[in-house]
Design a protein around this ligand. Structure first.
Ligand SMILES: Nc1ncnc2c1ncn2[C@@H]1O[C@H](COP(=O)(O)OP(=O)(O)OP(=O)(O)O)[C@@H](O)[C@H]1O
Length: 462
């Protein structure tokens, strides 16, 4: 029976989740503070930790760090409010499995817990102690496509690059904001390559505790260090003849960067505690949501490793840069959500589409997927309406999420429009949505403001 730890200072939430998850055959314990949660983790090897982002004594990022040190194999699901969604994106970078938005929907949590357990099983499958060594990942009950290639301008460019590089053995660097589909792109490259019969192993370098990274990547011999109770193969060895996907490569410690460079140059690994080398045949794909060149300039990432990795580069656009694909993505993700939730397909109301198109999606496709899954959970009818969408998305002015790198935008017109829209939303928020005051603040006449509000599809509170 899988063990779950719920950490939340809201006792009602703990009680609700404990009852609901126990009924679904999980062993559940609860803690009301970060410290007491960590104490429980020292004693028990929980499989899943459900942790509130804002605890009285710790924040979500601190919790993830501590949990990863105490129980590196536990999957962490962060519970957060919508106003924290940008931070939720950050928690994914630090190695959380997923985030769920309040108010809590028990079925959504159950579904996320099941997905996390599935991922854990796949990781256990490469453990040498497991009889399932190198067994192929479990298929979800969903037999159809797991991603949408996309038909928009930017998506087509990416499709071309993937098709071009896939048949080669080149090392690929995939860059893009969190949730833009870097892991999906890596899988697509792997699946279209000659290595597709072997597995692709994905390692989240952001979630690897510094001290364990070497052993996890390269393996160790029994007795190599305290706690090395048996020989262990690392991910490089497990991925032999296949592909190794190193996510959040920018987080690899300097020492492990040197080791990685050596492996890439010599195609040999040495387990910790071993004196012998072992040849391996692995294609490496890495991903990052940081600017690696900047990290090189700051001395945080080795220049030689950067050039060794950067044989081919793919920069994934943010979701706001591929508005032309949003509708297709919505239809695809909604269909998948209904399938996963075992409910007949539902549609998106046209008004919802307008709202989704004007939101900036800081969490990119992951955020869109979560919003649609949640909407599919709460929708009792045959179409998702505005009421099923979080208010922060219905009216972005409430939770103004700034677009990041404007330099990523495709043309000057888009940059200007994006900046204008942002300024108008900000001014509207500042003036309590008073249009005369907003026009005065922006030093334009009311008519110009009205026209811009209309042109940018800005929704005003009723
Ligand atoms: N083209 C796509 N079609 C359908 N779903 C997608 C697509 N791209 C990404 N997704 C979904 O969006 C979510 C995020 O994708 P993925 O994990 O690949 O992003 P990422 O850029 O690697 O994120 P991170 O930087 O946080 O690791 C996943 O649930 C994935 O299934």
């Amino acid at each position: 029976m899988a063990k779950i730890l719920v950490i939340d200072d809201n006792r009602d939430v703990c009680l609700l989740l404990k009852r609901f998850l126990s009924k679904n055959n999980f062993q559940v314990e609860v803690a009301y503070t970060g410290i007491s949660g960590l104490e429980l983790l020292k004693k028990t090897a929980f499989d899943i930790v459900l942790c509130d982002y804002r605890l009285p004594d710790r924040d979500g990022l601190e919790m993830i760090q501590s949990i990863k040190i105490l129980r590196p194999t536990a999957e962490i699901i962060i519970i957060t409010g919508y106003s924290d969604v940008k931070m939720a994106v950050n928690v994914m970078k630090r190695g959380a499995f997923e985030y769920v938005i309040k108010p809590i929907l028990p079925n959504e949590i159950l579904h996320t817990v099941q997905q996390a357990l599935l991922k854990k099983e796949q990781v256990i499958a490469i453990d040498p102690k497991s009889t399932k060594k190198n067994s192929p990942p479990k298929k979800s009950k969903n037999k159809g496509l797991t991603y949408l290639e996309g038909t928009g301008v930017r998506a087509k460019q990416i499709n071309k690059l993937i098709a071009l590089v896939a048949p080669t053995d080149m090392t690929v660097v995939i860059e893009g904001e969190s949730g833009t589909g870097k892991e999906v792109a890596a899988k697509r490259i792997h699946e279209a390559s000659k290595r597709s019969k072997q597995g692709m192993i994905a390692v989240d370098c952001g979630a690897l505790p510094k001290e364990l990274a070497g052993s996890v990547l390269f393996g160790h011999l029994k007795g190599a260090f305290t706690g090395a109770l048996a020989d262990k193969i690392g991910h490089f060895e497990a991925a032999d003849k296949g592909t190794l996907f190193l996510d959040e490569i920018g987080n690899l410690s300097y020492e492990n960067q040197i080791k990685l460079l050596r492996v890439l140059q010599e195609r040999k690994i040495q387990k910790i505690g071993d004196t012998k080398d072992k040849s391996i045949d692995v294609r490496v794909i890495v991903a990052t949501n940081e600017n690696l060149k900047e990290k090189v300039a700051k001395g945080e990432f080795r220049e030689d490793l950067f050039y060794r990795l950067n044989e081919f580069n793919i920069l994934l656009p943010s979701l706001r840069e591929r508005n032309d694909d949003l509708e297709n993505l919505c239809n695809f993700l909604l269909l998948k959500a209904c399938d996963e939730l075992d409910r007949p397909p539902i549609k998106l109301d046209k008004k919802v589409m307008v709202i989704l198109k004007q939101y900036v999606w800081p969490g990119n496709i992951r955020e869109l997927k979560n919003v649609l899954k949640r909407a599919a959970l709460v929708c009792e009818g045959t179409a998702i309406t505005v009421d099923h969408i979080p208010v922060e998305i219905q009216n972005p002015a409430i939770n103004l999420a700034p677009t990041t790198a404007a330099s990523n935008l495709t043309d000057l017109k888009s940059v200007v429009e994006e900046a204008e829209k942002k300024a108008i939303l900000k001014a509207l928020k500042l003036t309590g949505f008073n249009k005369s005051k907003t026009a005065a603040l922006l030093k334009v006449d009311r008519k110009t403001l009205y026209n811009k509000i209309k042109a940018y599809d800005i929704l005003l509170p009723a």
